[in-house]
Design a protein around this ligand. Structure first.
Ligand code: MN
Length: 203
């Protein structure tokens, strides 16, 4: 994936679904703050830091690999949220992996149910703020990776496929302290065609 700045500025991604389409996994109110306020702030902060820096002209992905400190935090959060929001589709309880990714999940975790259990546990046990990822190594083998704060598996040389945001801002309005209940609902809004396309893409 290559996310380019336009005229030196990164833009707030557009949501590929209606604001109320993900409820009850994610409410329209949570989306309005999470996308419209939190992500917008990361975009504004990174754009303010770019002029005159060594990161001007780089793609978002290149910045995440190279940066440290505040630039990494803001660029990482933009990349993470772009991957997070673009992996969803309207709520549906009949929803299972497809294609090569579905086969790889069965191969590397035994079954979709076994994978779901491990992935949810990865999100539930991550202390504080961060992200749990399904990522592929250079051989296409799948791994569950916990990342604190704005971490992204691209910095480990892995391809990010699927992610659950476990920062409290992702669920607190809807689920308060019940992070596991929120994570269990996210399986009903995943667009497995999008996730499979990430797994099978060249870059
Ligand atoms: Mn977030």
């Amino acid at each position: 994936m290559r996310t380019e700045a336009k005229d030196g500025k990164f833009e707030l991604m557009a949501l590929p679904f209606e604001p109320d389409a993900l409820a009850p996994a994610i409410s329209a109110e949570t989306l309005s703050f999470h996308h419209g306020k939190h992500l917008q702030t990361y975009v504004n902060n990174l754009n303010a830091a770019l002029p005159g820096s060594e990161f001007e002209g780089l793609t978002l992905e290149e910045i995440v690999v190279k940066a440290e400190g505040g630039v990494l935090n803001n660029a990482g959060q933009i990349l993470n949220h772009n991957l997070y929001f673009s992996q969803f589709k309207p709520y549906c309880e009949q929803n299972e992996p497809v294609g090569e990714l579905g086969a790889a999940i069965n191969r590397d975790f035994g079954s979709f149910d076994a994978f779901k259990q491990q992935f949810q546990a990865g999100g539930a046990t991550l202390f504080g703020s961060g992200w749990v990822w399904l990522a592929a190594d250079a051989d296409g083998k799948l791994h569950i990776v916990q990342e604190p704060n704005a971490g992204n598996p691209v910095r480990r040389g892995m391809k990010p496929i699927l992610t659950f945001d476990v920062w409290e801002h992702a669920y607190y309005l809807d689920y308060q302290n019940r992070r596991p209940d929120h994570l269990a609902q996210l399986w009903n809004v995943l667009d497995w065609n999008v996730l499979n396309a990430r797994y099978t893409s060249e870059a």
